[in-house]
Design a protein around this ligand. Structure first.
Ligand SMILES: Cc1cc2nc3c(=O)[nH]c(=O)nc-3n(C[C@H](O)[C@H](O)[C@H](O)COP(=O)(O)OP(=O)(O)OC[C@H]3O[C@@H](n4cnc5c(N)ncnc54)[C@H](O)[C@@H]3O)c2cc1C
Length: 454
């Protein structure tokens, strides 16, 4: 089999399936099929009060200043129902029509390539010979091979060219088997074809990510080639960005204008991420029809997935701070407002944990070992308690012990400084050092960040 590891083309198959993320995140990377992930997500959503309904179609909706009125239909019984909501999150994927219903167009190069996904069952063991990989580029057929799970189910993706008279109907079992054998370089490979389905490589970004009370996330907002595995990640990032903002406005701890920052933060990130996916597509696969736009410089996957930076939005830019790059290296965090707060291993009451877990879902203020005044000031503010702001001071005898002694370099502030982190783990503001009026400073910063006067 002539193949490259798509997780990291410089690493040979089996050497390393997933890159080590220990210094970026408290969790490790793993693959998880939709049929295993979905029940976990559903149970969690229901634990938080969600009413999750499958086989239910959104037929139509209207919005006014008060909310959304939507008509939904149970596809099993055909029963229709009207539901009312304060907000609508449009997550109906690449073929959904809700984006158009709120009058939002999309732009981009459009449909670029035509591919088939062939799912098959096989015993590939003799071919892969114990090597483990998450995705391989099959150089002989210019396709990809992905082990789906440990049950012997695999998928192969291969391009076809309608301009040359090729179509999905060509992919009968015999042709699929030929391709599998050519791809892995063994004529004796046995395979039972489970499914062969077409899909298109397309590239679009919505012109706006919101309109009134409706917000667009996931593939409904941006469609990108799967090269780099960035599309689903970007959709999850959208939801992560939007969820705390909606919660804050609904519970009254922030003004409605906070919701405008969903578009100003997420749209530029989607544009830059799409450019990364397109550049990978160009680098990895043939483009005989020359349809792909000019490539940008490829940055590492971990920078795209963990290091995207918000240029403006619910954050306070620093004076004299020139435009930052679209992505930074999460292993060398800048600590700038708009970037992801670094993962540091700290000790709290004798227990080791990550700053990511401390921040999870809350506003957090971290102050340096000599920055106790910031914590004192924050704890005395009415706005802090309204937001549920959690405050911690670093220091040998303080709330958090800095195991690797890197708090100051990771967040770019002095021992007297402080950093304010949003519920999505992004840095909203930082004070490089002490202030003569920490309480007034913080009061102003929190009021600005939560759009109290909107
Ligand atoms: C071959 C391939 C490989 C990929 N690999 C990766 C990867 O490794 N990593 C990664 O991050 N991303 C990957 N992606 C991208 C990823 O699959 C998508 O970005 C992601 O699935 C989009 O999720 P979504 O929820 O926005 O949309 P979808 O998954 O398309 O879900 C939208 C849902 O809305 C439903 N819907 C539509 N209209 C209505 C309506 N009116 N009422 C009710 N429901 C409606 C649809 O039926 C659908 O179930 C890949 C994509 C492809 C094609």
């Amino acid at each position: 089999m002539r193949a490259k590891n798509l997780a990291d083309p410089n690493v040979s198959l089996g050497e390393q399936a997933w890159p080590d993320m220990n210094d970026i995140s408290p969790t490790t990377a793993a693959e998880c099929e939709q049929d295993r992930l979905e029940p976990i997500l559903k149970a969690n959503a229901e634990r938080h009060g969600a009413d999750v309904r499958f086989n239910t179609e959104l037929m139509d909706f209207v919005q006014d200043a008060q909310g959304i009125t939507a008509r939904i239909r149970d596809q099993a019984t055909q029963a229709e129902e009207t539901v009312y909501a304060s907000y609508l999150i449009i997550a109906d994927g690449v073929n959904g029509n809700s984006r158009e219903k709120i009058g939002v167009g999309r732009h981009g190069p459009g449909v670029l390539q035509h591919w088939m996904n062939v799912i098959f069952e096989t015993d590939m063991e003799p071919v892969v010979n114990g090597q483990y990989f998450t995705a391989a580029l099959l150089q002989d057929i210019n396709g990809t091979l992905v082990p789906r799970d440990d049950s012997g189910r695999w998928s192969m993706s291969v391009q076809y060219f309608p301009d040359h008279g090729e179509g999905p109907e060509d992919f009968n079992d015999e042709h699929c088997l030929q391709l599998i054998r050519a791809g892995v370089g063994r004529e004796d490979v046995k395979a039972r074809i489970v499914d062969a389905r077409k899909w298109e490589v397309a590239a679009y970004v919505a012109d706006r990510f919101s309109e009134g009370r409706a917000f667009i996330i996931g593939d409904a907002a941006h469609v990108m080639p799967p090269t780099g595995g960035l599309g689903g990640n970007t959709g999850i990032h959208d939801a992560h960005n939007l969820a705390w903002k909606l919660a804050s406005v609904i519970n009254g701890s922030a003004g409605p204008r906070l919701l405008d920052t969903y578009d100003s933060e997420r749209r530029p990130v989607a544009e830059h991420t799409l450019a990364q996916a397109l550049s990978r597509l160009q680098a990895w696969f043939k483009d005989p029809n020359k349809k792909l736009p000019p490539a940008v410089k490829i940055v590492e996957d971990k920078n795209v997935i963990f290091g995207y930076v918000y240029p403006s939005g619910a954050l306070i830019n620093e004076k004299g701070f020139s435009t930052i790059e679209a992505f930074e290296d999460p292993r060398m965090p800048s600590g700038c407002p708009g970037s992801r707060a670094a993962h540091l291993v700290v000790e709290r009451n004798g227990e080791r944990l990550s700053t990511i877990d401390i921040c999870n879902g809350h506003w957090v203020l971290f102050a340096g070992p000599s920055g106790g005044k910031w914590v004192e000031a924050a704890r005395g503010l009415h706005l802090s308690s309204k937001l549920g702001l959690n405050c911690y001071q670093f220091g040998p005898d303080e709330d958090l012990q800095d195991i690797d002694n890197c708090w100051s370099s990771a967040y770019g502030v002095s021992e007297e400084g402080a950093i304010l982190i949003r519920p999505d783990g992004f840095i909203a503001w930082r004070a490089h050092g002490a202030s003569a009026q920490p309480k007034t400073n913080l009061q102003n910063v929190l009021a600005l960040l939560t759009f109290q006067n909107s």
